[in-house]
Design a protein. Sequence first.
Length: 191
Amino acid sequence: MHNIQGFCLKVLAAGVALAIATGASAQAPRSKINAPATPGLPEFRDPKTGQIWTPENVGGVGGPNTPADRAFDPLAQAARVEGIVVQRPQITPLSPVPITAGPTVPIVNTDGATLRVVPGGRWQFRLHLNNNSAKTVLPVLACRFTNGANLVEATHALVPPVAGGMRVGFTIYGPKSDLFVDNADCQVTSP
């Protein structure tokens, strides 16, 4: 009888050890970040003439300011950049962060995102990335620039090495400003 109790205790102890080991190796879900376009005066660049139209100047050139002249609907845009654009952003080290990666904290996470456009330039998605581990990592992010629910451009950002316990900032460039974007999101795909 004593041997059976000892055997049962050993099996129970092995089960608890396995549960603890499995829990310790589990990793928190990967980080995802989303940012709407920075509010401001909406504008559209006419690709043929280069003229930038805003609600203040639409219809004011060469005729009356009629509702038909003000009817541009950026959400009706069907243009998009084909394929996946691969880029290697330059990082700027910002500050140290605590090393907290584990079952409830991802190895890297993103925050502080803003989306803005440079007229005559490109859409810019600026964000911060924290390496919560003690190891140097090579993050990869899959990003989408959208107009409503429609994809305008897909991008993969191959971030340079980020030292353990560091917070960095960088910019991911989207489509040219003549394409309308109202939202961008990035998901960490590695590590």
